[in-house]
Write a protein that binds this ligand. Structure first.
Ligand code: GLC
Ligand code: CA
Length: 550
């Protein structure tokens, strides 16, 4: 008997959609998005001919939380924050999502809890409490100084003195987010129980928050200093992140899932992790399935940078691992504004969309990007996120990228019947789902076409990536190729990063044996299917195309 072909895991051909629960859909008029709201919008995401067509949703944290960091400060890992609903709502969401072919990925915040989590309350209650070593406690230096110079990601020292017990606790982010002690096996076990809790409720995967922070050097040496403007960057983060026991913890987590090959793990790491994000794939089979690589997301819209980073990150992923492709999330300015700076933001966002769905990897769509939602132009008094507030107005911050989803052009964009927790982005009357749904030239229609194209093409989902080092320096060219037995499917992708049109020819050597094909998609809504020839073709300003090669 011939063994069955091992088929690719579901996430390798999936499109994942990130929902920021605060901002997707409010159902009860309190101005805050919630689970019943999400359920009411599932048809938009998948299940009907008109839907966007995504295969999974990743929900930013929905656990009970005092919301100092908008849910990334968890006070109970096994419940739902009442702002968002109840566990019964969650079960209904999972059921309704699954019915439409949408999987559910939870955000798992493992580096820290809220300071209101019962574990921390017990830990801080006395130096001898049974959970004292669930968190990191250390004595200060003489003169009321913290144990070392470590800086918190959101500013200030990473240590806060707890007056009651006279010791400092470590927090890599806000003081309201004490770091869990991952060297303690009891912590690990408690977290694995949490994982099992959600698996029993039917979730399909986890996005692991700030995963490279788990491991610290617990002899607490000072970090080396360097020059920079913000306190966090005035030191090299040599000892407070990226230590070996992160890998141990990830291997243990992966091993605990050995009977569940269908469960997806994607991790978030810093862009400057030594060795790059790829270190968290382990050997490709024993740590994470996917690891975000934020270098493209932090890059400018420049072809030479994209060319280098795409090729680098594609090669860095070991056999067995799979790259995610991500341009936007809830932590930075939306890419339509970042990539669009100094150019035509809409045309560039269309070209970026073409890359998002044609590069090798799992595309992550951040809610709203599919309609071309822009960063909100917020006033100081609108801000909610402590990090945005701290660095306002020097740094754009995170709130502008977290404004409500614009569903239609009604006064609150169809998001809420009350007052939204953050104001809608200024252009919601023009940029919204209702307006774009049936307009073939809209951003939304482009996303739908790209998603359908991706799903129907093994070259785009599973195919290899081959850069083409030819053509004008303003343009990026590559092919995607899938081979199986005598089947061979090849696509050429070309993107013009400039506002000038370009005539291009590609040599036979780069494309052999095919030199002709059919242009099947362009980001220019005016351009329709046409014959294509490698000798001579053109790209309009900021245009991207997909060609099916003969
Ligand atoms: C991650 C999250 C971010 C959060 C931080 C601390 O970077 O994406 O939103 O503030 O971790 O949990
Ligand atoms: Ca609500």
């Amino acid at each position: 008997m011939t063994p069955a072909q091992p088929s690719a895991p579901w996430w390798q051909s999936a499109v994942v959609y990130q929902i920021y629960p605060w901002s997707f859909q409010d159902s009860n008029g309190d101005g805050i998005g919630d689970l019943p709201g999400i359920i009411s919008r599932l048809d938009y995401l998948n299940g009907s001919a008109d839907s966007l067509g995504v295969d999974a949703i990743w929900l930013s944290p929905i656990y009970p939380s005092p919301m100092h960091d908008f849910g990334y400060d968890v006070k109970d890992y096994c419940d739902i924050d009442p702002r968002f609903g109840t566990l019964a709502d969650f079960d209904r969401l999972t059921l309704e999502a699954h019915r439409r072919g949408i999987r559910v990925v939870m955000d798992l915040v493992l580096n820290h809890t809220s300071n209101e989590h019962p574990w921390f309350i017990e830990s801080r209650s006395s130096r001898t409490s049974a959970k004292r070593d669930w968190y990191y406690w250390a004595d200060g230096k003489s003169g009321r100084r913290p144990p070392n110079n470590w800086a918190a990601r959101f500013g200030g020292s990473a240590w806060t003195l707890d007056r009651h017990t006279g010791q400092y606790y470590l927090h890599s982010f806000l003081p309201e987010q004490p770091d869990l002690n991952w060297t303690n096996p009891a912590v690990r076990e408690a977290v694995f129980d949490v994982v099992r809790f959600w698996l029993d409720r039917g979730v399909d995967g986890f996005r692991l928050d700030a995963i490279n922070w788990l491991g610290k050097e617990t002899s607490w040496p000072d970090n080396p200093r360097r020059l920079a403007w913000r306190s966090y960057y005035r030191q090299v983060h040599r000892y407070d992140r990226d230590q070996p026991h992160t890998h141990e913890a990830l291997r243990a987590l992966r091993a605990s899932l050995k009977d569940r090959a269908d469960i997806f793990l994607v991790g978030e790491t810093s862009s400057d992790t030594p060795g790059g994000p790829a270190v968290f794939y382990g050997d490709g089979s024993n740590e994470l399935h996917e690891v975000f690589d934020f270098r493209l997301l932090r890059s400018d819209w420049r072809p030479e940078v994209f060319r280098r980073l795409i090729t680098d990150s594609d090669r860095a992923v070991p056999q067995g691992g799979w790259p995610p492709v991500v341009f936007s999330n809830h932590d930075q300015s939306r890419h339509i504004d970042r990539y669009g700076a100094g150019g035509d933001p809409i045309r560039r966002a269309r070209a970026a969309a073409l890359l998002l769905f044609t590069l090798r990897g799992t595309p992550f769509v951040y809610y709203g990007e599919e309609v071309g939602l822009r960063d909100g132009r917020l006033r100081r008094s609108d801000l909610r996120d402590p990090y945005t507030i701290r660095y306002w107005p020097w740094k754009a911050g995170r709130d502008p990228a977290r404004t409500p989803m614009p569903w239609d052009d009604s006064p609150q964009g169809g998001f809420t019947s009350g007052t939204p927790w953050l104001p809608l982005s200024q252009d919601w009357r023009l940029t919204n789902v209702a307006r774009e749904q049936h307009d073939p030239s809209s951003m939304l229609s482009l996303y739908k076409r790209l998603i359908r194209l991706k799903k129907h093409s093994q070259a785009l989902t599973l195919g290899a990536y081959h850069p083409i080092d030819e053509g004008p320096k303003e343009c990026l060219l590559f092919t995607r190729e899938f081979r199986e037995a005598d089947k061979r499917q090849r696509l050429l992708i070309a993107v013009n990063f400039s506002a000038q049109p370009h005539r291009i020819s590609v040599s036979v050597a780069s494309l052999a044996p095919a030199t002709t094909g059919t242009l099947i998609l362009s980001t220019d809504p005016q351009r329709v299917e046409e014959d294509w020839n490698a000798d001579q073709f053109h790209l309009g300003p900021d245009e991207g195309i997909v060609v099916s090669l003969q």
